[in-house]
Design a protein around this ligand. Structure first.
Ligand SMILES: [Zn+2]
Length: 78
């Protein structure tokens, strides 16, 4: 199970900024399961507000600096 965090792309898994508040977090890294319920709003690596699109089956989010993340890329447990 420890490989779950390592699988997260930088914009959601870097852990530098909280992906929901944009505040400097440093500690709280959302799990893939948590991200499945609520899309990220801020890049975890640089804290920029990301472009987020929610769709019935999931979401995608894009940081202008660190790229695009799709929730389907995080579905390691389904
Ligand atoms: Zn970024």
């Amino acid at each position: 199970m420890s490989s779950e965090l390592a699988a997260l792309p930088a914009p959601v898994g870097a852990g530098v900024f909280n992906v929901y508040t944009g505040a400097a977090a440093g500690t709280v890294i959302p799990t893939a399961a948590q991200l499945g319920l609520e899309p990220p709003r801020f890049c975890a690596e640089c804290g920029r507000r990301m472009i987020v699109q929610v769709r019935p089956t999931g979401w995608w989010a894009k940081c202008s600096r660190h790229g695009h993340v799709d929730s389907t890329d995080l579905d390691t447990q389904r």
